[in-house]
Design a binder for this molecule. Structure first.
Ligand SMILES: [Zn+2]
Length: 141
């Protein structure tokens, strides 16, 4: 169905490069940030069974590590949250709730507004900064 009188729906996301809040078309899967001109991923990223190393997982959506999947990566940046049902080893910067499921295992430094660990979930260690405090300065590349 078309609604010609309405502007296309938009949503607001946080650019993970420059932290600017930007409007993007609701249906878009990627965009380029009008503030820093870098390309950004808007889709949720899923790490499925068998997936291994990744350099960096960055999205304005969610990052989900599925059961039996193992993601060992330098950095995870997720604008909308992180869900760990498998194994995740990374430095995590999340704009949404970080959820460690009952089969989840997490290792690494984490910054997130809130943290949920389901019964059975494992956190092996790391420096945690949970809550709405000012974000730490970005690490040098
Ligand atoms: Zn930007």
């Amino acid at each position: 169905m078309l609604f010609p009188m309405k502007p296309p729906p938009e949503r607001f996301v946080l650019c993970y490069h420059c932290k600017a809040e930007i409007a993007v078309p609701a249906a878009a899967r990627t965009a380029s940030c009008p503030a820093c001109y870098k390309g950004i991923v808007l889709d949720d990223l899923a790490v499925r069974e068998g997936a291994g190393m990744a350099g960096r997982l960055s999205t304005c959506g969610k990052v989900k590590v599925h059961k039996k999947a193992r993601a060992v990566t330098r950095q995870v940046e997720a604008g909308a949250g992180v869900e760990v049902d498998g194994v995740l080893e990374a430095r995590i910067s999340s704009g949404g709730t970080l959820v460690v499921g009952s089969k989840g295992r997490l290792k690494g430094d984490c910054t997130a507004p809130s943290l949920v660990v389901e019964e059975g979930g494992i956190i092996e260690g790391g420096f945690f900064r949970i809550g709405h405090s000012p974000p730490p300065p970005s690490p040098a590349p």
